[in-house]
Ligand binder design. Structure first.
Ligand code: GDG
Length: 482
């Protein structure tokens, strides 16, 4: 049965909220989260009238949400956003420490960065419990819950205990590490068991599914049916599958075709042409998993080994500072700025800047216009659940002229076989692939881009949602029939 047949039955649960209210000198400013997941789930809830539950992180969030509920979108209210408010201690323990300094680096296999403590876990559990209690109070009878990511790993089990009548799908957006590594998390059993509270458990790639099933078998000693991706925990059945996330390619195509964005793209192209350079773009949050410093090393290698590309290619790096409350993130950003300056001093001259660095976030339509204007995109994550930037770049390439250079370690590499792949820790290989990409014919570029565009057209963010929600609906129906 389709979600449309049960208006109001879906509750989306995420750490980050879709609409944030911030206090400014000019009054309250409303911000909308621009991420791919929000922009796909928000219209769904607007249509089907469900609800969203998330941490109320904005400085004016309490003010604009009497009794913790804000109707959104603010201009045309369609569904309730339930805000879960956290104390500074909870934010530090649940968000900055356990989630971002523990589970995040460990899931990306960067073990020396991972820090765990019982105290942080205690706060992580407490916040997951807060979310579960809140959802338990408001979820409709036999409703469906779609919860997300590593911040809320304990939530599925907690909500199942409180509300056995609801169907739960949980999606894990980041990689799931091999068990030999995952067991380093002191609470690995609780984390795995927490997720097993879901009915549908989604990961980005078959490899992540495989690693998770091993964690269940070896960490919890629960048998799994690998062929079907099914785990039976007592009377509860969990279906584990890969659901690779994607983008709204049609919306991106339309975005880059609007007159405003066409003019912006033309302006960028003209400026590049005037300087005789092609643009190679990278866009990331300033996160160590994105391989920013390794990328600069590879660019250095590229210019050192292939001087014929001097004054021919300019790397444009949009780096958005992120998680700045965590010291390591601030340090990474500073290191990136220093390394960029060194690179520019080494190779640049009055007429040519090898690497231009944009620090601020660019609005989404312009970013897509930039993707269209660029001739290359360089995505060099050390590990990445999927990497939506890679798919957005391909989606924006409506002229079929760009080349995607993509790390083997991004989930997207499994689907985008026509990209130029490389090992992000091998600067020589990245340099060689950049050189190869620069020499490729326009016919070859067009063939590659077209094939990847076709793939994305058949695997959009809406297909992703539909597959998960359909699976969830089936479970909800069996619960309702009980
Ligand atoms: C996690 C997983 C997985 C970036 N700078 C600007 C901007 N962005 C947008 C991009 C893209 C998004 O942010 C980043 O998504 P990614 O997928 O690349 O990476 P994470 O943020 O790490 O996301 C990842 C994802 O969840 C989804 O499951 O793919 O593996 O780590 O959409 O365009 N957007 C705008 N201005 C910027 O300056 N407007």
């Amino acid at each position: 049965m389709a979600l449309e047949d049960h208006p109001g039955s879906l509750v989306v649960v995420t750490n980050r909220e879709p609409y944030i209210d911030e206090k400014t000198n000019q009054g309250i400013r409303r911000l909308q989260s621009a991420g791919g997941v929000v922009s796909a789930l928000d219209p769904l809830l607007q249509r089907s009238g469900g609800a969203w539950v998330a941490w109320g992180s904005g400085s004016a969030d309490r003010e604009t949400a009497p009794r913790g509920i804000r109707m959104v979108p603010p201009n045309q209210p369609k569904y309730p956003l339930h805000r879960v408010f956290l104390s500074p201690e909870e934010i530090a323990g649940y968000y900055n420490r356990y989630s971002n300094q523990g589970l995040w680096p460990l899931s990306h296999m960067l073990i020396e960065r991972a820090q765990f403590s019982r105290e942080a876990f205690h706060l992580y559990r407490r916040v997951n419990q807060k979310f579960a209690r809140r959802v338990a109070q408001m979820a409709p009878r036999n409703g469906s819950i779609f919860s997300h990511d590593y911040h809320l790993a304990l939530f599925p089990r907690m909500i199942r205990e409180l509300r056995p009548d609801v169907a739960v799908a949980h999606f894990w957006h980041i990689p799931w590490p091999p068990f030999t590594l995952f067991r380093l998390c002191p609470q690995h059993q609780e984390i795995t068991r927490g997720l097993l509270g879901a009915d549908i458990l989604g990961f980005q790639t078959p490899q992540d599914v495989d690693n998770f099933l091993t964690a269940v078998e070896r960490g919890l000693k629960i048998p799994v049916d690998r062929a079907q991706g099914i785990i039976q925990v007592g009377t509860h059945r969990v279906t584990v599958r890969d659901y690779p996330i994607s983008v709204d390619i049609t919306a991106i195509e339309q975005m880059v075709k609007t007159p405003r964005i066409q003019r912006w793209t033309e302006g960028i192209r003209k400026r590049a042409l005037k300087h005789g350079v092609s643009l190679a773009i990278s866009v990331d949050r300033a996160d160590y998993t994105k391989g920013l410093l390794q990328r600069l090393e590879a660019i250095d290698k590229f210019f050192a080994r292939y001087p014929e590309h001097h004054r021919r290619i300019t790397f444009l790096q949009v780096v958005v500072p992120t998680r700045t409350e965590v010291r390591e993130y601030r340090r990474l950003y500073d290191q990136f700025v220093d390394a960029s300056a060194r690179l520019n001093n080494k190779y640049g001259d009055a007429a040519w800047t090898p690497l231009i660095h944009i620090r601020r976030s660019i609005d989404r339509p312009r970013l897509m216009g930039l993707f269209r204007a660029a001739e290359y995109a360089l995505v060099s994550s050390l590990f990445d659940g999927m990497n939506l930037v890679a798919k957005e770049f391909i989606s924006a390439q409506i002229d079929n002229r760009g080349v995607l250079l993509l790390s083997d370690m991004a989930g997207a590499a499994q689907e985008l076989g026509e990209a130029f792949h490389f090992n992000p820790l091998d600067p020589d290989e990245v340099a060689e692939q950049l050189h190869r990409a620069a020499l490729t014919t326009s016919a070859d570029r067009a063939r590659r881009i077209e094939s990847m565009r076709e793939h994305i057209h058949h695997h959009t963010i809406y297909d992703w949602i539909a597959h998960i929600v359909e699976a969830l609906d089936e479970v909800a129906d069996t619960y309702a029939a009980r």
